[in-house]
Design a protein around this ligand. Structure first.
Ligand code: 5RP
Length: 231
């Protein structure tokens, strides 16, 4: 296992300490969330009774492969705890997510949960959000108009930078919900709340990767051990 993989497993194992018998879990997307699913599967095989609502087709497939029971948000609409990774986390537990393209379902699932626990390696902790390009999920209809409207909304907040349509090979990346993603390199987002509100005013924006007021705790793994941030 690489050092990076060990840190993800360490964070996943620490997250298991928050999981109790009978819980309805939201299960995130990405390599750290997958490390959590692997340690969760061992616990399930040892008798832990939980059900997971997954945030992507990719996580759903892994849960099925490893024998972690899943349900949909339609049948289990209220969750006890969501465990998910992040691309950036600040000291107020504001996040950038969506590097894996699952931000819409991740946000819906986190919002349906009593608590959201972030798991990450400590390199994801930042003073100011924005070095990681902000994923913005958009409807394909009128894409260019949406692009320009986002650019204008951001400029009104003093934010400038490249916005690139995410691709998978030669084709546009399509999310599990059938949308496109723009990755916006603003470098620094000093006022994430203002940007979040402004983006929600743009009709073609389906959702964005700023998670504000959703995470209640973060477990950050480094070679020095586990650091916990609480809201
Ligand atoms: C997927 C996400 C991921 O949680 C985020 O990209 C972190 O991924 P990783 O654990 O692989 O670094 O938001 O949409």
């Amino acid at each position: 296992m690489t050092d990076a993989a060990k840190l993800k497993t360490m964070a996943g194992e620490a997250a298991l300490g928050h999981v109790e018998d009978g819980m309805r879990l939201g299960i995130g997307t990405g390599s750290t969330a997958e490390a959590f699913v692997r340690v969760l599967a061992d616990r399930v095989h040892a008798g832990l009774d939980v059900v997971g609502v997954t945030t992507s087709d990719r996580t759903e497939a892994l849960c099925r492969e490893l024998g972690v029971p899943t349900a949909t948000l339609e049948t289990v609409p209220q969750l006890d705890l969501t465990i998910d990774g992040a691309d950036e986390v600040d000291d107020r537990l504001r996040l950038i997510k969506g590097g894996g393209g699952a931000l819409l379902r991740e946000k819906i699932v986190a919002a349906a949960s009593d608590r959201m626990l972030v798991i990450a390696d400590a390199s994801k902790k930042v003073d100011t959000l924005g070095a990681f390009p902000l994923p913005i999920e958009i409807n394909g209809f009128g894409m260019m108009a949406t692009y320009l409207a986002i650019q204008k909304a951001a400029a009104n907040l003093g934010l400038e930078g490249d916005m690139i349509l995410r691709r998978r090979g030669a084709d546009p990346f399509i999310t599990d919900s059938g949308h496109l993603i723009l990755d916006a390199s603003f470098s620094r987002i000093p006022d994430p709340e203002a940007l979040s509100q402004a983006l929600h005013q743009v009709p073609g924006v389906v959702e964005h990767g700023l998670f504000i007021g959703l995470a209640s705790e973060a477990i950050l793994a480094s070679e020095n051990g586990i650091e916990t941030l609480t809201a």
